[in-house]
Design a protein around this ligand. Structure first.
Ligand code: SF4
Ligand code: SF4
Length: 203
């Protein structure tokens, strides 16, 4: 359904849960959640999240839209699927978190722009779109640049020894980036996918 998420400046927006149920991937299964905590207890990265998945789902039900969409939970999820395998109610936790991350990103929530993982994902996607593969040198530097030029140089220098070791052991090449054939076609496919995705949630 193409509807905009509820607009609110309130701390609690009870329309948010319904919007998630109807518009987020896997959201239709969210009402099955019985708050057992198996997902959070199984999550290997839970300590790095503002809120574990169980709590995020409770916050959605409580209408805490801003708190949900400004949390780092979605961006620190590694998509390991531990939670999905163990959930006794078949809630597709990973899909829900991934799609909530996309919603936060589109709506311009700061956390979606500035977490390490969000920066890294953008640099990764940039390289994939341009070359059809990841060029470790360029996408790493692109990621560093997201912190500003001064910080990028500092980070690059700090990792120089590691980079030289990778080159020495032929794990990273020097010279022009390798490209796949048909990068133009790949870009067209990715741009079309982005256009469809943008229209899908009406935001
Ligand atoms: S494991 Fe499933 S039912 Fe239990 S809290 Fe997580 S999502 Fe809800
Ligand atoms: S898929 Fe994400 S939320 Fe689920 S257990 Fe793995 S890291 Fe945690």
């Amino acid at each position: 359904m193409n509807v905009a998420p509820p607009e609110t400046s309130k701390k609690y927006d009870l329309g948010f849960a319904r919007w998630v149920y109807e518009n987020v991937d896997g959201g239709d299964k969210l009402s099955m959640c019985m708050q057992c905590g198996m997902c959070s207890g199984s999550c290997p990265i839970g300590t790095e999240m503002d809120h574990g998945p169980r709590k995020i789902f409770m916050m959605i039900r409580a209408g805490m839209k801003d708190a949900v969409l400004s949390s780092n939970t979605m961006f620190n999820c590694t998509s390991c699927y531990n939670c999905v395998v163990r959930c006794p109610r078949g809630v597709p936790v990973t899909y829900i978190l991934q799609d909530l991350g996309r919603v936060a990103q589109r709506m311009g929530y700061a956390e979606a722009q500035k977490t390490d993982n969000a920066r890294f994902a953008k640099a990764f996607f940039w390289s994939t779109r341009l070359f059809g593969r990841t060029d470790e040198r360029l996408f790493t530097f692109k990621y560093y640049l997201s912190f500003g030029i001064g910080e990028a140089i500092k980070k690059a220098m700090a990792n120089m020894k590691l980079a030289m070791s990778l080159v020495k052991h032929k794990r990273m090449h020097i010279g022009m980036p390798h490209k796949i054939k048909g990068t133009k076609d790949l870009k067209a496919i990715l741009d079309k996918a982005a256009e469809i995705e943008k229209g899908r949630q009406g935001i």
